[in-house]
Structure formats: C-alpha cells, structure tokens
Write a protein that binds this ligand. Structure first.
Ligand SMILES: *[C@@H]1O[C@H](CO)[C@@H](O)[C@H](O)[C@H]1NC(C)=O
Ligand SMILES: *[C@@H]1O[C@H](CO)[C@@H](O)[C@H](O)[C@H]1NC(C)=O
Ligand SMILES: *[C@@H]1O[C@H](CO)[C@@H](O)[C@H](O)[C@H]1NC(C)=O
Ligand SMILES: *[C@@H]1O[C@H](CO)[C@@H](O)[C@H](O)[C@H]1NC(C)=O
Ligand SMILES: *[C@@H]1O[C@H](CO)[C@@H](O)[C@H](O)[C@H]1NC(C)=O
Length: 397
C-alpha cells in the first residue's frame, strides 16, 4: 500500500468504528501536536477550566507557531489563537494574572500575544503584551541587575527565567522599540550575569562545562556557592531552557549590538558541550548531569527534547559549525532513543510521551536527593511541547 492509501484506510477504519481520531500523521511533530490538542492541553485553561497564565502553554504555543510555519496547516494556528483567547479578554485584560507576584514564568505567554498582534492587528493582543511588558519594568532585580525568578525567590537568577522572560523582552523591543539600546543592553546583561554566575568550570568534579541551575549572589540561599553563588547541580531541563533561549533570541536580537556576539559565543560554547555530555551508550542525558550514573539518576525526556531542538536549529542556521557532523549525529541518536523509549501509541491512536520530570526548583535544598525524588509525569506538556520542536527540526534535516 502507498502511504496515501494507508492513511485513507486508517481514516475509513476510524469512521467505521465510530472513533473520532484522525489517521495518524506520518510526521511525529504533527502526531504529537495533534495528540496534545486532542487532550486539550495548553489551551489557556487550567485543570478546572479557569483561564490561567502558564509558561507551558506559552511554550506549546511557540511549538504550534513553528509547526504552522512548517506545514501551513491552519489547525495549529487556530489552536494557538484559541489558547490565548481563553486567557485574554476581548478588552485585553489578562484573566487571573497578578502582576504583583512578579513571576517571570508568566511572561512566557507574551511572545504569542505579540505574534497574534502582528498577524491580526487586534488591539487586545497589544494590550496584553503591554501588560506583560509592564511587569518587567518594575520586576525586582538583584544587586547586579538580574531579574529575580519570582518575588518569592529573592535575588535568585535561574536559567529557566532567561527563556521565560527574555525572549518576550526582546520580541517586544523588536516590535515596538527597535532602537531602544537601553532595552537591548539590559537583555544582554541578563544573559551575561546568568552565564558568569552559573558556568560550570572545567576543573569542577564531573564537569559538563554547561550551567548550574541558578545562582543567588546575595548568598542567602542555602545552596549558594561561596564564590559565585551558584547552585549545587546541573539540572538537564534548566540547561535546556537556556539553550533554547540562546538559539531563539538570535532570531530577534539586533546583530549590530555587541550583545549579539556575546550570546552567539555562549551558544557556540554550549552546544558542543551538550553533545559531549550525552551518555555514551544511550545517547541521552542524565536528569542531574553533574552526577552521571549515580544511583537514582535517570534519563529524563524534556531536557533531551530541548537539547535536540536547540542543537539542530543552531547548526541549521549556521550559528554553530558542525564540521565533522558529530553534533547532528549525536542529536539524531538521542532522537532515536526518545522515539523508542519515551514515545508510545495510545489505544485511540494518539501519541503519548513519557519520562518528563514534573518540577525542579531551587526553592529546596537544591541537592541531588531533591532532584531525583521529583515524580515524572505522563504527557507532561513541558516535555511534549519541546518534543514537537525537536521533531520539527529533525524532520527538516
Ligand atoms: C484554576 O484557576 C482558578 C482561578 O485562578 C483557581 O482558583 C483554581 O485553583 C485553579 N485550579 C487548578 C487545578 O489549578
Ligand atoms: C527602553 O527600554 C527601557 C528598559 O527596558 C525602558 O525602561 C524604557 O521605557 C524604554 N524606552 C522607550 C522609549 O521605549
Ligand atoms: C571550579 O569549581 C569548583 C567546584 O565548584 C570549585 O571548588 C573551584 O574553586 C572552581 N575553580 C575555579 C578556578 O573557579
Ligand atoms: C561525580 O559523579 C559520580 C557518579 O555519578 C558521583 O557519585 C559523585 O558524587 C559526583 N561528584 C560530585 C562532586 O558531584
Ligand atoms: C513510563 O516510564 C516509566 C518509568 O520510566 C515506566 O515505568 C512506564 O512503564 C512507562 N510507561 C509507558 C506507557 O511507557
């Protein structure tokens, strides 16, 4: 049978059995995205159906945008828009959003608001983007100028926060204030401080030469190192957020500003280290990258998806040279592992995604026992959305 006839046959079978599922798409990116949508995830509402500002939804919206750009299939754009419309009222109010929490995660929905404003010209999306932007204007900062991760986590800069806050900050500047050098320098400063405080030095034990999860330069946090205030361990998903932030912001940041070269240099350092820190046998990464193979450690799926996306995109755009092909090769190996071990098919034909850890936070001891004790989730959106992005890149190879 040809693929087309298989698809028809599957659709016919679904019709006969009364199952409302579509034929399984050939593209894993599409299969995954359609499965997430079928479960109603990332739709701007929380588990009890209330509008909810969620960085995971923002992440999935970004994945849908990439998928729409790749396929032209309107269902992805429509879901992305619906997700924001569930959250943003017709007058532009962001429902159930409290600016005073100063939670940088909230801002991650901002890029979708800007994108929809550019596409539709509808004022409500600009009003919502302006609101998120105003959070950054008064967001608390540490003594060197880094945004706190949240008001309740004083002085702490987390890798996660760079992805959550600074893509939006840059996107907003690009659309409304392209010549605002104060803003561009401030964004560059966020990357600079985060990097300098958390880069794992080459002589540290088990060094990956990637980045510790976060830092506290006030030295108050129990995990803060005496020298730079960095946390204790290298947590895969935090590095994943940062890697995605680096590669995505280069599409937005002005090449003429010195911050561009600095961000590019960080990306050029980090991507080969991701290749090198993958477990040699499986090709994927330990949850706690700084404790390879230690009892209780395991191969976690969201970080892997983020590394694959960031690395392949960095190579595709020529930001990172892959002269011997070893970066692409290692990312393909990791992707194969993911397909084999973390992707599964549900009885209704939708795709399931396994082994994403629910949380990793520095509101904790920040030590090894803490990270490995966090439960994993089935179909966790943080990992599944990243795997849509990873699949978009793999399918473009
Ligand atoms: C959903 O959001 C509403 C309104 O903010 C909140 O009261 C409720 O606790 C949330 N439910 C869940 C499951 O998070
Ligand atoms: C430029 O950016 C800074 C820092 O984000 C901001 O405070 C200021 O309002 C912006 N200025 C203009 C003219 O947009
Ligand atoms: C490198 O990191 C280790 C572990 O954090 C630390 O003990 C050591 O002082 C660091 N060395 C330098 C040169 O910063
Ligand atoms: C280095 O890795 C080994 C193996 O995972 C682990 O047992 C050890 O605790 C690590 N060392 C440090 C200082 O983190
Ligand atoms: C998901 O992963 C867990 C732990 O790795 C495993 O026990 C479980 O069988 C997996 N479930 C599926 C459906 O693959």
């Amino acid at each position: 049978m040809t693929t087309k006839s298989i698809k028809l046959w599957l659709a016919f079978g679904a019709l006969l059995s009364g199952v409302a599922t579509q034929a399984r798409p050939e593209s894993v990116a599409e299969w995954n995205a359609q499965s997430i949508m079928a479960r109603g995830q990332g739709n701007g509402l929380n588990a009890t159906g209330h509008p909810s500002v969620s960085y995971e939804h923002g992440e999935f919206q970004w994945a849908l945008r990439l998928l729409y750009e790749r396929t032209g299939d309107k269902q992805y754009y429509d879901y992305m828009q619906k997700s924001v419309d569930n959250l943003v009222a017709p007058d532009g109010t962001i429902r159930n959003y409290n600016l005073q929490e100063y939670n940088i995660d909230h801002v991650r929905v901002g890029p979708t608001c800007l994108h929809l404003y550019k596409k539709t010209g509808l004022k409500k999306y600009k009003i919502a983007a302006d609101t998120f932007r105003s959070q950054l204007e008064t967001h608390p900062r540490n003594s060197e100028g880094q945004f706190w991760h949240k008001k309740i986590y004083p002085h702490q800069g987390w890798l996660d926060g760079i992805y959550m806050g600074d893509i939006f900050y840059a996107d907003y500047a690009k659309v409304f204030q392209p010549r605002n050098n104060t803003a561009w320098s401030d964004i560059a400063l966020q990357f600079k401080l985060q990097w300098e405080h958390t880069l794992q030095n080459a002589t540290a034990p088990n060094s990956t030469q990637t980045l510790y999860h976060g830092y506290d330069n006030s030295g108050v946090a129990p995990w803060a190192s005496a020298d730079r205030g960095h946390s204790l361990e290298v947590w895969n998903r935090a590095v994943g957020w940062y890697a995605m932030a680096l590669v995505d912001i280069l599409d937005i940041f002005p090449k003429t500003h010195p911050g561009y070269a600095m961000i590019l240099a960080q990306l050029r350092h980090l991507i080969p280290k991701l290749r090198d820190s993958a477990d040699k046998k499986s090709g994927v990464w330990w949850l706690v990258m700084s404790q390879p193979g230690r009892a209780g450690n395991y191969f976690e799926s969201s970080g892997a998806a983020m590394f694959i996306y960031a690395s392949l995109k960095a190579v595709r755009l020529g930001h990172v040279k892959d002269r011997d092909g070893s970066i692409v090769k290692s990312m393909k190996k990791a992707y194969s592992y993911a397909l084999k071990n973390w992707v599964f098919e549900n009885p209704d034909g939708t795709m399931g995604w396994n082994n994403t850890v629910i949380v990793g936070s520095l509101v904790s001891s920040g030590d090894y026992p803490y990270y490995i004790a966090q439960p994993i989730n089935m179909n966790d959106l943080k990992g599944a959305a990243a795997f849509v992005m990873a699949s978009v890149e793999v399918e473009a190879l």
